[in-house]
Write a protein that binds this ligand. Structure first.
Ligand code: G1P
Length: 297
């Protein structure tokens, strides 16, 4: 009854934090090592068993669609050269998932982007993955959330402890413990609380498993923080509704927030240093480079 097959990836942000790189390129296409950030997220959805991926796009969507589509000329060139490794890389993103696209139209907020998925998703529960968050594949958060959803039938959000001075950047939850060590019942949620007013240090991170009733709630959700229709505000209503209910899975693995320059750089350096093909040479360079930083503040 609670089988989930569809993933929704909002990808309509303007990426203003990365200008000028994002003037003509969607921010989701910025590379982390050698693949676009969004490819890590699509891969995560597929590895959790969600092969149907709907992207909610905005302007400049062509690069996103092209990346997950066939590139026949490029493939023919690589075949002619006998470059099988690169050919495999090029084909990898094509065969990854069944990709679908819908345009958000007006950028009215995350809640509005999710609502645009309604006709594609229909009456099933579904997952939402925010493209800015890359979750370390070693700790399969989404799988755990799907499991919790299958057991309890409630919507599930991912939560992570953050430093108190960072809480204002997130949706923040008030929770109660459950019998499972990593699962909490969410009793309240506030989007981007003013600094110093967060009700806890448990922040919502960019993974959600949602019951389809959330669409009805979103239809009635008024603009909130920043004048945007906030998914967090709709989830607060779901949390208060006993028939719907909201659980949180507390994530203790590694997450990279590629939504700003610092996070994108950290993700790139960390993941490059761990890559089998690049890691050894990159780590050697990195050690030598770090040594040159000693005299700098
Ligand atoms: C969004 C959500 C917020 C959540 C965050 C996680 O905010 O609105 O509740 O904590 O993602 O990254 P955004 O980062 O889009 O401002």
């Amino acid at each position: 009854m609670h089988r989930v097959t569809k993933a929704v990836l909002p990808a309509a942000g303007l990426g203003t934090r990365f200008l000028p790189a994002t003037k003509a390129l969607p921010k989701e296409m910025l590379p982390v090592v050698d693949r676009p950030a969004i490819q890590y997220v699509v891969t995560e959805a597929v590895e959790a068993g969600l092969h149907d991926v709907l992207m909610v796009t905005g302007r400049n969507k062509n690069a996103l669609e092209n990346h997950f589509d066939r590139a026949t000329e490029l493939e023919a060139t690589l075949i002619a050269k006998g470059d099988v490794d690169r050919l495999a890389e090029v084909r990898q993103s094509t065969g990854l998932a069944q990709m679908h696209y819908v345009r958000q139209g007006d950028p009215l907020g995350l809640g509005h982007a999710v609502l645009r998925a309604r006709s594609h998703v229909g009456g099933q529960s579904f997952a939402v993955l925010l493209g800015d968050d890359i979750i370390d594949a070693a700790t399969p958060l989404l799988q755990r959330m799907l499991e919790v959803h299958a057991i309890h039938g409630m919507s599930v959000v991912a939560l992570m402890e953050v430093e108190p001075d960072q809480a204002h950047r997130y949706g923040v939850a008030t929770v109660e413990a459950t019998d499972a060590e990593d699962v909490v019942r969410v009793r309240g949620l506030v989007e981007k609380p003013a600094p110093g007013t967060a009700p806890s240090n448990l922040a919502v991170i960019g993974r959600y498993v949602l019951r389809p009733e959330i669409f009805d709630v979103l239809e009635d959700t008024q603009p909130g923080v920043g004048g945007e229709i906030q998914l967090t505000d709709a989830l607060r209503v779901a949390a208060a509704d006993e028939a719907h209910g909201l659980l949180g899975v507390v994530f203790r693995g590694r997450r990279f927030d590629t939504g700003d320059r610092q996070g994108l750089l950290e993700a790139t350096v960390t993941l490059a240093s761990e890559r089998e093909d690049l890691g050894a040479e990159f780590r050697a360079w990195l050690r030598a480079f770090v040594a040159t930083l000693d005299d700098r503040p």
